[in-house]
Design a protein around this ligand. Structure first.
Ligand SMILES: Nc1ncnc2c1ncn2[C@@H]1O[C@H](COP(=O)(O)OP(=O)(O)O)[C@@H](O)[C@H]1O
Ligand SMILES: [Mg+2]
Length: 243
């Protein structure tokens, strides 16, 4: 858990820095879409239309402005769930095809928010991407969960997208003063080494508050100063190719 929150935190940092960003919501739950202040019913085309069309460059038609400065969106709604079970030959390549040619020309950063379960939608995201960030939380199943995703990334890299790179693993929802969380963090750290990025993101109610208000966390100033600087650090690292 915590993927959409990290995608939104990075988008918030990009918005504050004036970095022209496209966020593609590839989760049928559409949480990123709604948190960016967009009602999918107001969109002419959504991610479902993009993947359904199966045509080169078609993503351009679905790019809409969000309520956040410098952040554009390809939004999603529940209809996108149909694409996860799409059995058509090559259906996992459709996002890449839809983004082909000049679609991404003016964007400095493209973020794709994925759903939890690995199916056709996640394959589409991995085949269309240059790099992957894994988000986890300090729970009992975290190490196994991260290992599973890393295995999927390796498979996609080997079979479909040799350029794909694992940038790192971000730890979110870290509670204060929890022995259990400290233990799980240690466990992840010894399994992942440098690939576990610092700083970790603490569990903070202001995050849920910002999401409920459809506001970027950077709009919360002093109340979210620690979170703002954490997302700024992670965004800078992403813009620097993970270094
Ligand atoms: N650091 C955090 N502090 C407080 N609440 C958080 C934090 N990260 C995520 N949440 C909350 O946890 C829930 C799940 O997070 P979300 O980012 O939507 O996970 P995912 O996209 O992986 O399903 C949401 O209600 C979100 O507001
Ligand atoms: Mg999500």
């Amino acid at each position: 858990m915590g993927k959409t929150t990290v995608a939104l935190g990075l988008a918030s940092a990009a918005s504050a820095a004036g970095i022209s960003t496209l966020l593609i919501d590839l989760d049928p739950q559409g949480n990123a879409t709604s948190c960016l202040g967009v009602d999918p019913a107001d969109l002419e085309f959504t991610a479902n239309d993009v993947l359904h069309a199966d045509a080169k460059g078609v993503a351009a038609d679905a790019i809409a402005p969000s309520k956040w400065d410098h952040i554009s969106l390809i939004g999603s709604d529940l209809s996108l769930a149909e694409r996860d079970g799409d059995q058509a030959l090559g259906s996992e390549h459709r996002l890449r095809k839809a983004l082909d040619t000049d679609v991404l020309g003016s964007f400095e950063l493209v973020l794709i928010d994925c759903q939890p379960s690995v199916g056709k939608l996640v394959s589409n995201a991995l085949i269309a991407s240059d790099s992957v960030l894994i988000v986890t939380e300090p729970s009992v199943s975290a190490s196994q969960g991260v290992a599973n995703v890393m295995h999927t990334v390796d498979t996609v890299k080997e079979l479909f997208n040799p350029a794909l790179e694992l940038l790192g693993v971000i730890l979110n929802r870290v509670p204060p003063r929890s022995r259990e969380a400290e233990f799980r963090t240690e466990e992840l750290s010894s399994a992942l080494g440098e690939r576990l990025w610092s700083p970790h993101i603490p569990l903070r109610t202001v995050i849920a508050e910002a999401q409920g208000a459809r506001e970027p966390i950077h709009a919360y100033g002093n109340r979210a100063a620690d979170l703002i600087s954490i997302f700024d650090v992670h965004l800078a690292r992403i813009m620097n190719g993970g270094k």
